[in-house]
Every structure is written in C-alpha cells, then in structure tokens.
Design a protein around this ligand. Structure first.
Ligand SMILES: [Zn+2]
Length: 166
C-alpha cells in the first residue's frame, strides 16, 4: 500500500513539473520562444529596406573586400548587432586581430545568436554563419582561431552594426 502511495506521489510530481514548464517564463520553454521570434521577410522587402551593399552581403551571401569594412580594425568596447534585425551577435570582448581584413571573433554573443551550416560554394567546404533570427549571411567560421575556443568567426562589417558600451 505504501509503495502505491509513493508511486502516485511521484506521478503527481511529474505532472506538476510539466504544468510549470508550460508557463512562459520558465527557462525550459525559452528555446521555443526564440524560434517564434524569427523574422521572415521576402527578398523584395529586404531589398526595399537595406542599402544595396548590405543587401548584397546579407541576403545574397556576398563578401565585402578585405580591409574595406568599417569594423575590421575597430577596438572599442561594445556589442555588434545584426544590421538587418538588431539581434545581438558578438561582444567586443571576443574580437581579435586576425590580420585577414575582416572583423574576427572567437565566439558568438550566445551559442543561439547564430546559425552554422556547411557551405560548398566556390569549390570549398566551409561553415557559413548566419543570424539565427533573420537568416542574414554574416560570414564563415574556421578552426584556426585563438583560445579559449580555437574558432575564428570571420564576419563582414556590412552585416554588423556596432553599439559602444557606455
Ligand atoms: Zn538578423
């Protein structure tokens, strides 16, 4: 009899946890909320909103010429946002001088800030990095970065907007 009572109590606890998790503020459901925040605009909507160079890089997977972007040499403290949707993408704490002519970071702002996918264009196998909120093309990630991650996020300045820390 006692074991049945314990079993019922455990079952009740599980139901209770499920119920609590279904409430919106609970972190275990946060991931789904992020998914629902995604921005889906058509190419023509983006084309209307964005300057042509930003449209070419972010929506047509273009690459700006090395040493021409406005952020490759910037050393100020602040946060880099997605130029299309203002999603937080990189913190200046993780920026380093890679010598490549593109802004380089060893980590994204949060793991879920960006999306990574294999890119086989131009006869190379690379990992493309996009904004996880609006799908903007940002650049590529390589395995030759500094510690602590060993990664190098090679990002177009055109995909970013910088906001200085006060
Ligand atoms: Zn975005």
């Amino acid at each position: 009899m006692k074991s049945i009572t314990i079993a019922l109590f455990i079952l009740f606890c599980f139901i209770r946890i499920d119920y609590i998790c279904a409430q919106e503020e609970i972190p275990c459901f946060k991931k789904n909320n992020i998914m629902s925040e995604k921005i889906n605009k058509s190419d023509s909507e983006w084309k209307e909103e964005l300057p042509s160079e930003i449209y070419r890089v972010t929506r047509e997977k273009g690459t700006e010429r090395a040493f021409t972007g406005k952020y490759y040499n910037l050393k100020e403290n602040g946060v880099y946002y997605c130029v299309c949707c203002k999603n937080k993408l990189f913190d200046s704490n993780t920026k380093f001088d890679s010598g490549t002519g593109w802004p380089s970071f060893y980590a994204p702002f949060k793991k879920e800030s960006v999306h990574e996918e294999q890119d086989k264009s131009y006869g190379m196998i690379r990992t493309e990095v996009t904004c996880n909120k609006c799908g903007a093309h940002l650049g590529h990630v390589f395995n030759d970065g500094p510690q602590p991650t060993g990664l190098r996020y090679c990002i177009n300045s055109a995909s970013l907007i910088f906001n200085k820390k006060e």
